[in-house]
Design a protein around this ligand. Structure first.
Ligand code: CA
Ligand code: CA
Ligand code: CA
Ligand code: CA
Length: 193
């Protein structure tokens, strides 16, 4: 015959697993390009949360304040804020893992300079599930510069009287070049008459 039945108890405590991010995309960005998606293949998962509470996107290497812009179009639940001093785009608001993944995939880079620093930028991504931060995943933006031609403005009129000595033609000429400090040559031609 069987004995009486006795019982013991096991209490199970859950421990948060932080979100897992995977990135690694490389964007080739040329001067004057519009705002461009950085990493459309970034992926994120969280085994024990349905919602993510926030994320940060950081230009963590070679950030240039005034040139580099990270941007995000706000959604119903997620709001982006870019801090130009630190180069950090912060996303806040609770939304699903899938929606946060889509949000991060939509983040854009833009460079506003005509004479950009062409060192590669490292973009670092991290998210928070309300209990902890994910790993930091990184992507890369490579920059290419395009020459801006010099710009000359003239338009002066000088009246020359027969037999006068040589006179300056136009002392109001201006010359500029957005991305060069030296000019290599110039030509001056009498093109009419
Ligand atoms: Ca867990
Ligand atoms: Ca979690
Ligand atoms: Ca240029
Ligand atoms: Ca130039």
């Amino acid at each position: 015959a069987n004995s009486n039945l006795v019982t013991s108890t096991i209490n199970v405590t859950a421990v948060n697993d932080v979100p897992v991010l995977s990135a690694g995309g490389v964007l080739s960005y040329s001067e004057n390009d519009p705002a461009t998606v950085i990493d459309g293949l970034l992926s994120m998962s969280d085994v024990d949360d349905t919602n993510i509470e926030g994320a940060t996107v950081t230009i963590s290497n070679n950030y240039v304040n005034g040139e580099d812009i990270l941007a995000f179009a706000n959604t119903a639940n997620i709001t982006g804020s870019f801090n130009a001093t630190t180069g950090v785009l912060t996303l806040t608001g609770s939304d699903t893992v899938a929606n946060y993944q889509a949000a991060l995939r939509s983040v854009t880079y833009q460079n506003l300079s005509s004479n950009p620093n062409t060192l590669s930028r490292t973009i670092s991504w991290t998210t928070n599930d309300g209990d902890g931060n994910s790993n930091i995943a990184t992507s890369t933006v490579n920059l290419g510069a395009i020459n801006n031609a010099p710009i000359v403005n003239a338009g002066g009129v000088v009246n020359y009287i027969e037999n006068a000595s040589a006179i300056v033609i136009d002392n109001g000429i201006t010359l500029s070049d957005a991305d060069d400090t030296h000019v290599e040559s110039a030509t001056i031609s009498i093109t009419g008459n």
